[in-house]
Ligand binder design. Structure first.
Ligand SMILES: Cc1cc2nc3c(=O)[nH]c(=O)nc-3n(C[C@H](O)[C@H](O)[C@H](O)COP(=O)(O)OP(=O)(O)OC[C@H]3O[C@@H](n4cnc5c(N)ncnc54)[C@H](O)[C@@H]3O)c2cc1C
Length: 484
């Protein structure tokens, strides 16, 4: 294998910014370790852990390298807040076969969240900083719905429209070239159905699940999500879904404990090289790890900061450098007193302000017990919040929340804040496919680059979220098993 220093300076400068260069080069003079394994898995999220477990089961020597000091990646439970609310992967359905199997295998208990769903769907509406009483909504000047549907709420209006018009019948149909015509902006697709600008603005752009507005997400991605949700609902029957006992992070923790070779923490990968005879993984602290093959689970927004040798070109290069991630920030509030008993309103809120979605967490003994509040900040608001330092972002969100719910002042306390975009190991939340990107390179994201293989939710074919991550880890493990 050629020495690290044989990388040409020109290639490196082209491939990455100046700061991590020395670390990626491995010529900083502090190459600390030369550990050789059969396979290195980068990232101890669900996808990487699933890949590592499957390989170990087949007798392959695997080392998982993780940049953080914890496992779970985008699954993050706050054990310092009552009820262990989630900042990441929130719930999973009975049809998440791989994840359910991992819970069973590693003795992680599950909690049926079906009884809390009706509470979750009931919310106060806040527009222009003011609460809109339910009985005033049908005649409210900002109600954009057609006459027969003016009782509809902004958070429930679009899903049936998307479901009714969804042409994708199977979960992998989003990759079928026959459906390429739906790889246009969600805005374009919705307007083609006669949905008005006002409806799109209120029902999608205010608290978007994908993208910052309906303009920067492909309708195909939304349709894939809808098909997946529909199939999960069919598989789940009367059960909506589960969370894990101790918080969902208990799942990746138990999976990591099931590994023979423990995860190595604090390995911030800055470079990956593949040659004809092996691979090198370079970390920010100067350590170099060697293996026959690498499986990278890094989201594209992170991977594009890592120096790859060979440089990814063509559609693979386009995918790594342009696939976006959802901006989402989470703020968890501890409750000192139930202020909603004072103002007589539901603690749940859907708002066009900064505190876009307030969710009363019901993780106590009965669904009626509210254990904490979670504020979701999404899309344009999250992008704006990310220009602020966390303490200023928290203050801005709380100001907005108190303006709407003055009774909450002194009765709640912000306890945990997480910006997924400002987190260097995520650089955003779930992958967001922009218009045209599905047809351009969805078939490429999971393909190997030399001896470097890829997993992660963004490479999943038939599943989304946590189950998509598990699916992708399985696929990458089988790819490598065929080679070792
Ligand atoms: C707010 C939110 C809500 C969600 N809700 C749901 C839900 O209800 N249901 C659902 O199914 N899914 C949900 N998801 C999505 C789900 O959590 C993710 O799709 C899934 O956990 C992704 O797993 P992964 O292994 O692909 O990636 P990750 O979990 O991101 O794993 C990648 C790993 O790589 C590590 N890493 C990154 N960079 C480096 C580096 N340079 N060097 C070394 N290590 C590195 C990271 O620390 C991480 O551990 C949600 C996510 C969020 C954030």
């Amino acid at each position: 294998m050629p020495d690290s220093s044989s990388l040409s300076r020109r290639t490196l400068v082209k491939g990455m910014g100046a700061l991590p260069l020395a670390a990626a080069l491995g010529n900083s003079g502090i190459v600390r370790a030369q550990n050789r394994t059969k396979v290195i898995v980068i990232g101890a999220g669900l996808s990487g852990l699933n890949a590592a477990l499957l390989l170990e089961e087949q007798g392959v020597d695997v080392q998982v390298l993780e940049g953080r000091q914890r496992v779970g990646g985008r699954v993050l439970s706050h054990r310092d807040v009552p009820g262990n609310p989630e900042s990441g992967g929130t719930s999973f359905a009975p049809g998440y076969a791989r994840l359910m199997d991992a819970c069973k295998r590693f003795n992680v208990g599950t909690i049926d969240v079906t009884p809390i769903v009706p509470f979750f769907n009931d919310r106060e509406l806040v527009l222009d900083g003011k609460l809109v009483p339910k009985d005033q909504w049908p005649t409210h000047p900002r109600n954009p719905f057609p006459a027969a549907l003016r009782q509809s709420t902004p958070w429930s209006y679009l899903n049936p429209v998307i479901g009714k018009n969804n042409p994708l019948k199977t979960a992998d149909a989003w990759l079928d070239p026959a459906n390429a015509k739906y790889d246009v902006s969600l805005h374009q697709w919705l307007t083609s159905l006669g949905i008005s600008e006002d409806v799109i603005e209120l029902c999608w752009n205010t608290n978007p699940n994908f993208g910052t507005t309906a303009h920067d997400v492909s309708a195909m991605m939304v349709l894939f999500g809808a098909t997946f949700a529909m199939m999960q609902a069919q598989l789940g029957g009367r059960t909506f879904g589960y969370t894990a006992v101790g918080g969902n992070q208990a799942i990746p923790e138990a999976m990591a404990n099931g590994l023979k070779t423990p995860v190595r923490f604090g390995c911030n990968v800055t470079g990956i090289r593949s040659t004809s005879s092996g691979t090198e993984v370079h970390c920010a602290d100067g350590a170099v790890h060697k293996a026959d093959f690498v499986i990278s689970s890094l989201p594209m927004t992170v991977l594009r900061r890592v120096h790859l040798d060979p440089l990814p070109t063509g559609l693979k290069g386009l995918a790594i450098n342009t696939l976006a991630s959802q901006p989402v920030n989470m703020l968890h509030l501890v409750i000192k007193k139930p202020f909603w008993e004072e103002d007589g309103r539901n603690p749940n809120i859907f708002s066009d302000g900064l505190a876009g979605m307030v969710v009363a967490e019901r993780k106590g003994r009965t669904p009626k017990e509210i254990t904490s509040l979670t504020i979701w900040v999404r899309g344009r608001n999250a992008t704006w919040m990310d220009t602020l330092e966390p303490k200023d972002a928290i203050a801005a969100i709380m100001d907005d929340f108190y303006r709407v719910r003055p009774a909450a002042k002194g009765k709640v306390e912000p306890k945990a804040y997480h910006s997924w975009y400002r987190d260097q190991f995520s650089a955003g939340d779930w992958a967001v496919w922009a218009p045209g990107q599905v047809t351009a390179f969805a078939g490429e994201v999971g393909k190997p680059l030399g001896r470097i293989h890829f997993c992660g939710e963004h490479t999943a074919v038939s599943n989304r979220g946590m189950e998509g991550a598990m699916e992708s880890g399985e696929r990458a493990a089988f790819e490598v098993l065929g080679l070792v």
